[in-house]
Ligand binder design. Sequence first.
Ligand SMILES: [Zn+2]
Length: 146
Amino acid sequence: MREIKKGVVPMKGSEVEEHTNKVYDSLEEYAKREGLDFVRYKTVAVGYLDITEEYQKGPVSQNFINKLKIAWNTGGVLASLGYHECEFCEGKNKATSGSEKMLRDEVNKIEYRFPQMIFHYIEEHGYQPPEDFVLFVMGLDKGIIK
Ligand SMILES: [Zn+2]
């Protein structure tokens, strides 16, 4: 059974995307009604691993991890969609995290969301993020991340 804490949205990637899409649906509707401009981004959730789903494993370059850390530390971090405990850690010292980051690919109109836990998943559990995300992060400059 998945334990859902009060006020917390489950952190499965598909659920994060669904939740975000619903929020944007209503924002878009509102914008249309009010005649406002609205740029719709495609939400892509990266690194919300769940014990019930297979995840991609493979090598990840230290360069990518460093860039992602810079991105994480630049600008704001979202208060989070929820608190999450690592489901892959055995024993008592499970990693936990409750924050996430959003990065926008302005060229392809993609909004990437990833949890702080992504670093733990990469470094401790061999997680390999999708190639599109890796390429996007590798192309980021320190100064342009919002
Ligand atoms: Zn873990």
